[in-house]
Design a protein around this ligand. Structure first.
Ligand SMILES: [Mg+2]
Length: 230
């Protein structure tokens, strides 16, 4: 078999981040006085949060800066008095950690693949959020372990994130690993940086990048078919 270890991204690959985020930001704004949380508010937060994560991936900001940049902007836009550093941030992390809906076919896919491969999570995120979601979703029973950027000290796409994961797994032979994820800038670039093969899970073939995934599948079910070929 060509690959022995599958390194799965978590959000938008195995777990439905959009539904967790929507629910968390809605609960948060409810708690801080906004009764009717609109789609516009959720979209605004999503875009702002994504832009911060993009800055983190490019090493322009630290994780701590990301955490504390998120809500002052939301508060001033929607007229909420910012309650001071740490309050909304802590509440949001708690609400987000409650969301653990799997992506379509995710449970069946990891169950099937766990019979033939060692499966790990590789995620840019917060330890308490990701560990709780992975556990409560039920994914954990099919995994050998998980690597969260907050714990590792580096974020995808930094090669050091993956090098540390491989070191902890105990097998440095990169040719036996496959990174699977939905993000060109975190998962696929991370694999390129670390010299590990990648599989993008995406319905569209992305354009405008000067690097490419080793494989593209449109769904997790297709990933099973791809891996059967090796
Ligand atoms: Mg993702």
């Amino acid at each position: 078999m060509k690959y022995r270890y599958l390194l799965f991204d978590c959000d938008r690959t195995l777990l439905d981040f959009n539904s967790a985020m929507r629910s968390a930001i809605t609960k948060l704004l409810n708690k801080y006085g906004i009764e009717n949380v609109t789609d516009e508010m959720v979209s605004f937060y999503d875009a702002w949060n994504n832009s911060l994560w993009g800055q983190l991936e490019r090493c322009e900001i630290t994780k701590e800066e990301l955490v504390f940049a998120r809500f002052p902007v939301i508060c001033s836009r929607y007229g909420i008095p910012y309650p001071g550093k740490g309050k909304m941030e802590t509440d949001y992390i708690l609400f987000l950690s409650e969301g653990h809906k799997p992506m379509p076919d995710a449970m069946e896919t990891v169950k099937e693949l766990s019979k033939s491969f060692e499966l790990y999570i590789v995620s840019n995120g917060f330890i308490e959020v990701q560990n709780r979601r992975v556990k409560e979703s039920g994914l954990i029973q099919y995994l050998k372990g998980s690597f969260i950027s907050e714990e590792i000290g580096f974020s995808k796409p930094d090669a050091r994130f993956f090098e540390e994961a491989l070191r902890q797994i105990g097998n440095p032979d990169k040719s036996q690993y496959l990174i699977i994820g939905d993000s060109m800038t975190a998962d696929i670039l991370g694999g390129v940086n670390a010299g590990i093969d990648t599989c993008l899970v995406s319905e569209k073939i992305p354009s405008g990048y000067d690097y490419a995934p080793t494989y593209v599948v449109s769904s997790l079910t297709e990933l099973i078919n791809l891996l059967r070929k090796f």
